[in-house]
Design a protein around this ligand. Structure first.
Ligand code: BV8
Length: 236
């Protein structure tokens, strides 16, 4: 059974209508990362941070925002019994789930979940959150935040991710610029163990492109289904 670990970033959701971060028209060209994606920014101005995530949470629930052929190809690969596939996404959208991926880790959290810093509950959440919104579990106000990993915070399920990187035969990185760690270091982690093939599928060479044994550049909705079809054909 061929073990595959797939890392995805904002580029896989671009053609579904969600902005990336570092493209010219990306999220960080409109708002400062320090103000809206750090614990310090949240402590300084919770309303600004809630408004930032409320707008993205609302957009994600727009019926026009749908998984694209790249998300669907990864779900198809996971369903094939010749492969054991884990998808690790940096994205906080739910497009992988909606395309049918099941063996999935959101290492930077999820837009459609909220967390209460007072009682620790993690709750499904589709509405806006305001600074005074009470926690449904403990009824206290002021503790609710998006269940999202900010800069300076520890990404989720790192032990499980590193174990899978060490054991995989194929590592595929899709739609990520290779700027943010620890995700950007995963390809080096895989190569430390030596036996896996490493592939980057991205619109253009990422910061980490030179670390990959193979790079295929183009829009995810084209290059990902093509690559998955190649894998499925070889496996027959
Ligand atoms: C950690 C929140 C350690 C959710 C995000 C100094 C101080 C503090 C920390 C650091 C520091 N220096 C370095 C660090 C570490 C820091 C970091 O890496 N900083 C960078 C900026 C230098 N990392 C962290 O802080 C991480 N935590 O290190 O903790 C620790 C240790 C012990 C104890 C405690 C802590 C936490 C990182 C997570 C931060 N949260 N987001 C949200 O709001 O979404 S990160 C943010 O960037 C997003 O989550 C996103 O996932 C991530 C990466 O971005 P990409 O997905 O790659 O998107 P990007 O726009 O950059 O690129 C898109 C790519 O797609 C491009 O290449 C483009 O060409 C391509 N593309 C575009 N269109 C298409 C396409 N490809 C295909 N098809 C298309 N159509």
């Amino acid at each position: 059974m061929k073990r595959i670990v797939i890392l995805t970033g904002a580029g896989i959701s671009k053609e579904s209508g969600l902005d990336t971060f570092r493209d010219a028209d990306g999220i960080w060209s409109k708002v400062r990362l320090e103000d809206v994606a750090t614990p310090e920014g949240f402590a300084a101005n919770p309303k600004l941070v809630h408004d930032f995530y409320n707008a993205r949470r609302r957009q994600l629930q727009d019926p026009a925002i749908l998984p694209n052929p790249a998300h669907e190809a990864l779900a198809r690969l996971e369903r094939h019994d010749g492969f054991r596939v884990l998808t690790v996404t940096q994205n906080i959208d739910d497009l992988h789930e909606r395309a049918g991926s099941r063996n999935l880790i959101h290492m930077h959290g999820e837009m459609l979940k909220a967390r209460c810093d007072m009682c620790g509950s993690v709750l499904g959440w589709t509405d806006d959150i305001e600074p005074f919104t009470p926690c449904p579990a403990c009824a206290r106000e002021g503790g609710l935040r998006p269940h999202v990993v900010w800069f300076g915070e520890m990404p989720l399920e790192m032990e499980r991710i590193y174990a899978e990187l060490a054991a995989c035969d194929l590592f595929i990185s899709i739609g990520t610029s290779g700027n943010v760690y620890p995700a950007a270091g995963f390809v080096a982690e895989v190569r430390r163990f030596g036996q896996a093939h490493t592939v980057e599928l991205n619109l253009e060479p990422s910061e980490s492109a030179s670390r990959f044994a193979e790079c295929i550049h183009g829009p995810a909705s084209q290059v990902v289904p093509d690559y998955v079809n190649q894998l499925l054909t070889k496996q027959k």
